[in-house]
Design a binder for this molecule. Structure first.
Ligand SMILES: *Cc1c(COP(=O)(O)O)cnc(C)c1O
Length: 400
């Protein structure tokens, strides 16, 4: 057993590093969740969530991981036998399809190569062909955490509108809200599904449904049994600052602090910071002579970079070497990328020198694992960070 010193580098694309401020905020007595102090806090958090998800409608908070919020989205709006359209963009879209099928939802899948986002034109073509409006919802993953590819949700919205199709739009933002620009209302999303442990800088354990009026209307007539996930009961209780069951009180303390941190930095600055770290990471990958899984520059993820291993080299062995030598966890390749790719998370509570530490660990790991590459990735990333420092400084001054 190797004894490591200093801080562990948790550079998987979620759970992300939890700021000390958020950890401290949780380290408080659990209070009466039916008392006045709690209700006041809860109402404040619900308003804060609306600002982060960019919506005027309720944002429902569940004590669960992100998968629970996906289930909540489906059982509140769809009925057994309903058909939905999903774009296969990576492992997370595959998991959602499996979940939907367990609820007897018929899933029409648009196949993908796992190197692109959902294509708006293909979604439009499928919807135009669906003259009878059998498709009840379009489901897409905003940031495919398994591939480092971001789908342009606005484009998908426009495609649904051009097809004049009434399908609901569901978006998985589990690794994007709080780190990548996201607009629930402006992009006409009906159900936004999110989790606490990625862009929102919290531990795992809370999940979210941001919902539109159209989604609420669908929830009044759909036929799917549900109890714990029921929106109507939650909306009713939430109006008074409570939940129909015991909420995760201490995680709500964490959420309150995380929202405060995001707003102190300013959402625009948060988005710009992630974009910049994504650029610096890809500069390193290019300099190493390696390839990112994402191939379209318009779809590069600002929060995670998946890197393909050269033929004959195992990504998991490489990750193991880095973990043992440098106490850094990198993300594994998932599903069909298992062993073939590794993922660098650069999201949440993160800064330039954390990124440089991360990339240094990767470059040393490439040497130790004898993975063919060129040196100089770390220097290339430093150049990007230096060249962009000025703009960031101006942005900070403008906010202050
Ligand atoms: C992490 C993640 C999930 C799974 O969420 P859990 O919190 O593990 O249930 C689903 N979708 C995406 C895009 C994710 O990044």
């Amino acid at each position: 057993m190797v004894v490591h010193t200093g801080r562990h580098f948790l550079q998987i694309p979620g759970p992300s590093n939890v700021p000390d401020r958020v950890l401290r905020a949780m380290d408080m007595p659990t209070i009466d969740h039916r008392g006045p102090e709690f209700a006041e806090m809860a109402l404040g958090i619900m308003e804060g969530c609306k600002r982060i998800f960019r919506t005027r409608n309720p944002v429902l908070i569940f004590p669960s991981s992100g998968t629970g919020a996906w289930e909540a989205a489906m059982v509140n709006t769809l009925s057994p036998g309903d058909k939905v359209l999903m774009a296969e963009t990576g492992q997370f879209s595959v998991l959602w399809r499996t979940l939907a099928e367990r609820f007897q939802i018929e899933v029409e899948t648009i196949a993908g190569d796992w190197r692109h986002g959902a294509r708006a034109s293909e979604i439009e073509a499928r919807l135009v062909a669906d003259k009878a409006h059998a498709i009840k919802a379009v489901m897409i993953v905003h940031n495919e955490t398994s591939t480092g590819v971001t789908t342009r949700v606005e484009e998908v919205r426009k495609a649904i509108d051009r097809a004049k199709h009434p399908a609901l739009l569901f978006v998985d933002t589990i690794s994007s809200v709080g780190s990548i620009r996201y607009e629930h209302d402006a992009w006409g999303v009906d159900v936004t599904v999110c989790g606490s442990q990625k862009g929102l800088m919290m531990p795992p354990g809370l999940s979210f449904n941001a919902i539109s009026d159209k989604a609420i209307a669908a929830s009044k007539t759909n036929r799917m049994p549900r109890s714990y996930w029921d929106w109507a009961e939650a909306i009713k209780a939430n109006k008074l600052g409570s939940w129909p069951y015991t909420p995760a009180t201490n995680l709500l303390y964490a959420l309150r602090e995380a929202i405060a941190m995001l707003e102190e930095e300013g959402l625009e600055n948060v988005y710009a910071r992630h974009t910049r770290h994504g650029e610096a990471t890809r500069a390193a990958v290019r300099a190493w002579g390696l390839e990112t899984v994402c191939v379209d520059p318009l779809e590069y993820s600002p929060v995670t970079t998946a890197v393909l291993m050269p033929e004959g080299h195992d990504a998991n062995q490489f990750r193991q070497i880095i973990l043992e030598n440098f106490d850094m966890s990198l993300g594994a390749g998932l599903g069909r990328l298992k062993g073939r790719a590794f993922r660098i998370g650069h999201l949440g509570h993160f800064n330039d020198l954390m990124l440089m530490g991360t990339l240094s660990g990767v470059e040393m790991g490439l040497d130790l694992a004898r993975v063919p590459h060129k040196s100089g990735g770390v220097l290339a990333a430093m150049d990007v960070l230096k060249s962009k420092e000025e703009t960031v400084e101006v942005a900070r001054v403008a906010v202050a």
